[in-house]
Design a binder for this molecule. Structure first.
Ligand code: AMP
Length: 218
């Protein structure tokens, strides 16, 4: 199963992609997570990527594609994957088609998670992340067990640099401009289903799983 989860920042994409991958027994591949690791290593590539990420802009396609291609060449992706945060624009979508064609695979479904701009800004300002493991928490709806401490590794939680309000506005702009047109790109190919990102985490997971089933059965 090869799936894509599309949606603006703050749509709950990351959390839902992890859950969907677990359900389907496939791996979760997030280009945002990969980039944050590369940034943490402070390599030349990491330093370059950091500038774009801090400004809420897309990291250049060549850099992201190189990292993605390396990740998809690893053995654990053979049974399938959920892509989270990729593709982000038309060129990346076309390059993904090329990569899939080379390996003789096809995409099974693309699910677009939809929420309003107001919700996005509210959710991102209530979001805290663990700098050690990358896990994110919604302080209003799904806070950690202990105040601002990661449940998994007990690291104090932080606000991600790119969750600051001025950067959020830029990320939203980039989403509407570059990523949202991909909804039509996959819709034309009969691969897309839209779901509402509102409700409890479980409700959204059920909706996404149902949407995948529906697209695969088409
Ligand atoms: P995310 O965790 O998916 O919200 O990504 C965080 C940041 O990483 C984005 O705002 C971009 O700067 C960068 N990024 C993640 N995925 C991509 C991608 N596919 N193409 C370009 N930049 C990306």
């Amino acid at each position: 199963m090869r799936l894509i989860l599309l949606g603006p920042p703050g749509a709950g994409k990351g959390t839902q992609a992890v859950r969907l991958a677990e359900r389907e027994g496939i791996v979760h591949v997030s280009t945002g997570d990969i980039l944050r690791f590369v940034v943490a290593w402070k390599t030349e590539t990491g330093l370059e990527a950091k500038q774009y990420m801090e400004a809420g802009k897309l990291v250049p396609d060549e850099l992201v594609l190189e990292l993605l291609q390396r990740r998809l060449a690893q053995a654990d992706t053979q049974a399938g994957y959920v892509l989270d945060g990729f593709p982000r624009n038309r060129h990346q979508a076309e390059e993904l088609d090329r990569i899939l064609e080379e390996t003789g695979h096809g995409l099974d479904a693309v699910v677009a998670v939809e929420v309003s701009d107001e919700t996005i800004v509210a959710r991102l300002s209530a979001r805290r992340s663990c700098p050690t493991c990358g896990r994110t928490y919604q302080m209003t709806t799904s806070p950690p067990r202990e105040d601002a401490i990661c449940d998994r590794d007990r690291t104090p939680l932080e606000i991600r640099d790119d969750d600051r309000p001025e950067v959020v506005r830029e990320r939203l702009h980039v989403f509407r401009e570059s990523t949202e047109p991909l909804i039509a790109y996959y819709e034309e190919r009969g691969l897309l289903s839209r779901v509402s990102g509102y409700g409890t985490m479980d409700e959204v997971t059920e909706r996404i799983a149902g949407a995948v089933k529906e697209v695969v059965a088409r």
